[in-house]
Design a protein around this ligand. Sequence first.
Ligand SMILES: [Fe+2]
Ligand SMILES: [Fe+2]
Length: 196
Amino acid sequence: MAERFLGRRSQKRAEAWKRHFERHRKLHRQLRAAAGDILKSPNFNSTKRYIQHGNMTVNAHSMNVARYSIAISERLGIVCRQEEMIRGALLHDYFLYDWHKKDSQNPHRLHGFYHPGRALANASKEYSLTPREKDIIKKHMWPLTVVPPMCREAWIVTAADKWCSLLETFGLHRGHGAALEILQRPGKDCQEESGG
Ligand SMILES: [Fe+2]
Ligand SMILES: [Fe+2]
């Protein structure tokens, strides 16, 4: 009896892991399809050297923001230009310096205000950005940057960035997986859970 119970439990756990793995793989395929060039670029990979929040690198943070942006738009059924949204999300913090290392020349005192402009300048040098991608990068710190986003892709990335920053700042980024799971669950699962 106990063996059968344990067997069922480990089978359920294995199925949950399989689903989690498949969703993660699907997200990664979407990132690669939209932005394979960015993911492979040495400069984007150099962001693995800089810390963003807590112990999360800028690279890992940007990847998380892109994954959340996809999950939010699909979950809420928001029609958007997914490729531009992903590319903007990956480049939104492309400022390419360590904002924790301050010196007299670069005190980074107003990093929060200035880094979107710096990210946009860096990204524009390497990629031919669309107006949507520019809007995503430039406005992602709204309301700090006063002028609000002008397209839905930028609103989604702004929301995803705030959520990821919150989890990462408080060291809760292990929660990324769980929250992404909920966002990506097909509607059928939710109806079953709510009894609807
Ligand atoms: Fe940022
Ligand atoms: Fe960010």
